[in-house]
Design a protein around this ligand. Structure first.
Ligand SMILES: [Ca+2]
Ligand SMILES: [Ca+2]
Length: 429
């Protein structure tokens, strides 16, 4: 006789949709009839594995958003495109499930006795979290990566860990930008009391605060270790009386030169060109593959430090045709002023990769040419490219060989007109 074990099927994972104007049936929240954000997150209708999809726009909520199941709550593009204004009484969002994660939206915690994102257990990815009243992100167990954690409140922290009691805790940061903008603020602040043993492991992290970039404190018999590598911070401080350490910023491939941001006062923590953080990070198994704009990471030589991955501006002359300034070229090799050689050779270069060239010799027509252009010339003449002067001698007033450096054709047809080109002419003396 054979017994078959019957395993009850788990409820299939479902997608639930929210929009800024949603008012759909909270039992369904289908794409065609999205719900309000609180309805989409209504716990009674959720099962592990569910996905809550937020359409772009600005949501305003008046209560804490609580996530207690293994669900994924996310926007659909760059974090800044989907904004949740939290005007409630507690945390902006409270997460308490190791299988839960939030991604791809911005949370603004404007009021309430709590933090921007309180992560008791869970994960944040490609988020922007800003609190105007307390710590930005508070992390107990889990991973935050490719995210900005910011506080605009005095004496608070962009990212904080605050533990007591007993037990061992390890939490991880990868490509986090932790910022404190107000008086006495810190970028990262780790505090422990009781007998807890806390280790925060951060890689490719920017931490900047007005008071300290990184602060660690412990009392009783608690232990705190803040282990940072390939990160950007400068000022550190230790408080309390028990064991607490912070990696020296002059070690472990960390850097202390301030990062350059696009517009920090306006909260834009994308890197500006020339920031020391560009290509100075490192990745590992916990690192993400996109930044908080959903731009691929790494770009360039390596992962950057912080939530952003820097993308160099597109090369001029690309298919968009936005660059209409012809390249600046020059002749890097040319015949001597006077020569008896029977061949005149010219090499060109241009400040734009992919430039093409047109050449003409004396009064000839422009024809496509490449660097290394050469042409046989009349024997016995001092220089072929010179026009015969009145005296009958070769004289040096001729325009000589002339080249044009040109954009790559701006259209697929390969057509090019002279407006795409700039003279790099060479005149005989
Ligand atoms: Ca990079
Ligand atoms: Ca970016």
């Amino acid at each position: 006789m054979t017994f078959l074990a019957v395993i009850p099927a788990a409820a299939p994972a479902v997608q639930r949709y929210a929009s800024t104007t949603g008012s759909g049936d909270p039992t369904a929240c289908i794409a065609l009839a999205p719900c309000s954000l609180p309805d989409a997150l209504s716990n009674g209708y959720l099962s592990g594995g569910d996905e809550i999809i937020l359409s772009p726009g600005i949501y305003t909520v008046s209560s804490e958003l609580a996530v207690t199941k293994a669900i994924h709550v996310h926007g659909t593009g760059a974090a800044a495109a989907t904004v949740v204004e939290s005007n409630g009484f507690g945390n902006g969002v409270a997460i308490n499930h190791m299988g839960a994660y939030l991604s791809d939206f911005e949370l603004r915690h404007n009021t309430g006795a709590g933090y921007g994102a309180r992560v008791v257990a869970g994960n944040l990815e490609r988020m922007i979290v800003r609190s105007n009243v307390d710590n930005g992100c508070e992390l107990t167990a889990g991973l935050i990566r490719d995210s900005v954690c910011q506080t605009n409140a005095a004496s608070k922290s962009g990212l904080s860990v605050n533990l007591g009691g007993s037990g061992t805790y390890t939490m991880s940061l990868r490509n986090v930008t932790a910022i404190g903008t107000a008086t006495n603020s810190s970028g990262i602040n780790v505090y422990a009391d009781g007998s807890v043993d806390v280790t925060l492991v951060g890689k490719s992290v920017i931490a900047r605060g007005v008071w300290k970039d990184v602060w660690a404190a412990s009392i009783d018999t608690a232990k705190v270790a803040v282990n940072l590598e390939h990160s950007n911070y400068e000022t550190t401080g230790l408080g309390g009386t028990s064991v607490r350490t912070i990696t020296d910023p002059s070690t472990n491939a960390n850097q202390t030169t301030a990062p350059l941001f696009v517009d920090a006062p306006a909260g834009d923590y994308r890197q500006a060109a020339g920031s020391p953080t560009i290509d100075a990070g490192q990745s590992d198994i916990f690192s993400g593959t996109a930044d908080f704009e959903r731009q691929a990471r790494p770009s360039g030589a390596a992962n950057d430090i912080g939530a952003d991955e820097y993308l160099a501006p597109p090369a001029p002359g690309g298919p968009s045709g936005a660059d209409t300034t012809p390249p600046a070229g020059k002749i890097v090799k040319k015949p001597a002023r006077r020569t008896s050689r029977r061949k005149a050779s010219f090499s060109f270069s241009s400040n734009e990769p992919g430039s093409t060239y047109l050449c003409k010799l004396d009064r000839g027509k422009y024809r496509a040419c490449k660097s290394g252009f050469s042409k046989r010339v009349m024997p016995g003449k001092a220089c072929s490219a010179c026009r015969r002067g009145r005296s009958g001698r070769q004289q040096g007033r001729d325009a000589g060989p002339l080249a044009l450096a040109c954009h790559p054709p701006l259209t697929g047809s390969g057509r090019r007109d002279r407006a795409d080109c700039r003279s790099v002419g060479f005149t005989h003396a």
